[in-house]
Ligand binder design. Structure first.
Ligand SMILES: O=P(O)(O)OC[C@H]1O[C@H](OP(=O)(O)OP(=O)(O)O)[C@H](O)[C@@H]1O
Ligand SMILES: O=c1cc[nH]c(=O)[nH]1
Ligand SMILES: [Mg+2]
Length: 210
């Protein structure tokens, strides 16, 4: 993937995203749609995975058929909302290792507060796909990528549902080597750091906590 930002404009993604943005969507609908979109975003973020071939026999003849090269993948969820993307991607890549970075945004300072960090061993040899539905100021995702790089990672992609221009710029400045895949580049942040038009607080909508 050479582009720093890829917006997945596929009609199914855009339709489902609109249903999610609607404040009338129930917690259950929101969660189901996020899971469905996560698989469509995964299709895009994994398009450069390396292939090799394996000899198999179809009912008709032998062939050398493509299979994933098996370069080690790890999915990293930024808690809590990242888990809404994680499950769907894991269904597509069931053998992936999984790590968690626990961060919440201080409502006043908009700075991330870390409360958890648990990742698979050997990060230096893995391709990491970091998932979090919201890239707002970018403070959380930049902090998560900082922590992962400090732990040895050097091959990281970032998947989100919505990105604000401010967050994309911040990530590009801090981590120009980390490509971003998103369903939408929204307009801007409001004075409280929420994405506009956005969809509100992803974690609260997904888990019904507000
Ligand atoms: O780009 P930023 O300005 O840092 O904002 C984005 C972060 O905010 C949300 O998490 P939140 O702090 O609400 O935690 P939660 O997932 O537990 O709800 C979201 O899931 C991101 O992690
Ligand atoms: O709009 C926003 C910004 C940060 N986190 C969210 O969940 N939503
Ligand atoms: Mg939240």
């Amino acid at each position: 993937m050479t582009e720093h930002l890829t917006i997945v404009t596929h009609p199914l993604v855009q339709h489902k995203l609109t249903l999610m943005r609607d404040k009338k969507a129930s917690t259950g609908e929101f969660r189901r749609l996020l899971r469905e979109i996560s698989q469509l975003l995964a299709y895009e973020i994994t398009r450069d995975l390396e292939l090799t071939t394996r000899g198999i026999e179809t009912p008709m003849q032998e062939m050398e058929a493509p299979v994933l090269k098996g370069k080690k993948l790890a999915l990293i969820s930024i808690l809590r909302a990242g888990n809404g993307l994680l499950d769907g991607v894991l269904e597509l890549i069931p053998s992936a290792r999984v790590g968690f970075v626990g961060l919440y945004r201080d409502e006043k300072t908009l700075q991330p507060v870390q409360y958890y960090f648990k990742v698979p061993e050997g990060l230096e040899d893995r391709h990491l796909i970091v998932v979090d539905p919201m890239l707002a100021t970018g403070n959380s995702s930049v902090a998560a990528v900082d922590l992962l790089k400090q732990a040895g990672a050097n091959n990281i992609s970032f998947m989100c549902l919505l990105a604000a221009p401010e967050g994309v710029a911040r990530m590009k400045e801090a981590h120009p080597d980390v490509p971003i895949v998103t369903a939408s580049l929204d307009e801007r942040l409001n004075e409280k750091g929420y994405i506009l038009p956005g969809l509100g607080d992803a974690g609260d909508r997904m888990f019904g906590t507000k």
